[in-house]
Design a protein around this ligand. Structure first.
Ligand SMILES: [Zn+2]
Length: 211
């Protein structure tokens, strides 16, 4: 059997198990999607949103990219954010990074990953530059990468708060709460590192006054 055929076989077994436990499972799910959470995580295969939070299909709306970045020209991410906030009306947006992130480690090197990846990693280098003094003072490179992972999550949460999508929802509906989390590959535990409640103060430079 080819590896991908195993996936299809697993899928049939999973679907059968779900129906055995709850005959109406797929019928109910197919009619309604009302997740309370938008998850913006890393693409890393070891950080699956549903499994590590003990949630089921239908509970978390998910977007993933390398090193969980919020980039203001990323139409993919902004479409997901707008749909989740404006249409699904999620109450929480979670940015979840993870210790041991390959994207974070790559951005700390001077290696040429060729144009497209260089472009992506540059956003992480920009975060490093903001916190250069604190990060350079950490001698252990793994610990330095861990700290950059936390600071990167914080910066991405701040990026969310700079969007008119979030500011409009904050002003008119007092949601969503923004969360910055970091998942530990070694112990499976999620550590909250940053949070912004609806209406939190942001740098006036990024504030829209006519929402
Ligand atoms: Zn990662």
């Amino acid at each position: 059997m080819k590896p991908y055929e195993q996936l299809l076989l697993n899928n049939k077994q999973w679907a059968a198990e779900m129906v055995r436990d709850n005959p109406d499972y797929f019928n109910a799910l197919s009619h309604l999607q009302t997740p309370e959470f938008l998850w913006i995580g890393c693409s890393d295969s070891r950080v699956p949103a549903n499994e590590i939070t003990g949630t089921q299909p239908g509970e978390i709306f998910v977007h993933r990219n390398i090193a969980n970045l919020v980039i203001h020209t990323d139409v993919n991410l902004l479409s997901v954010l707008e749909f989740a906030v404006v249409h699904l009306k999620v109450k929480h947006v979670i940015i979840c990074g993870h210790y041991g992130c390959g994207g974070i480690k790559a951005a700390m090197t001077n290696h040429d990953y060729k144009q497209v990846l260089n472009m992506w990693l540059r956003y992480i280098k920009d975060v490093y530059r903001l916190y250069r003094d604190e990060l350079d003072a950490i001698d252990d490179m793994d610990k330095r990468a861990d700290r950059l992972t936390e600071l990167n999550v914080k910066e991405q949460v701040l990026h969310l708060s700079k969007t008119s999508i979030i500011q409009r929802a904050w002003k008119h509906e007092q949601r969503p709460k923004l969360h910055g989390w970091v998942y530990g590959l070694k112990d499976g535990i999620i550590k909250p590192v940053f949070q912004m409640d609806a209406g939190a103060t942001i740098d006036p430079l990024y504030e829209f006054d006519d929402l």
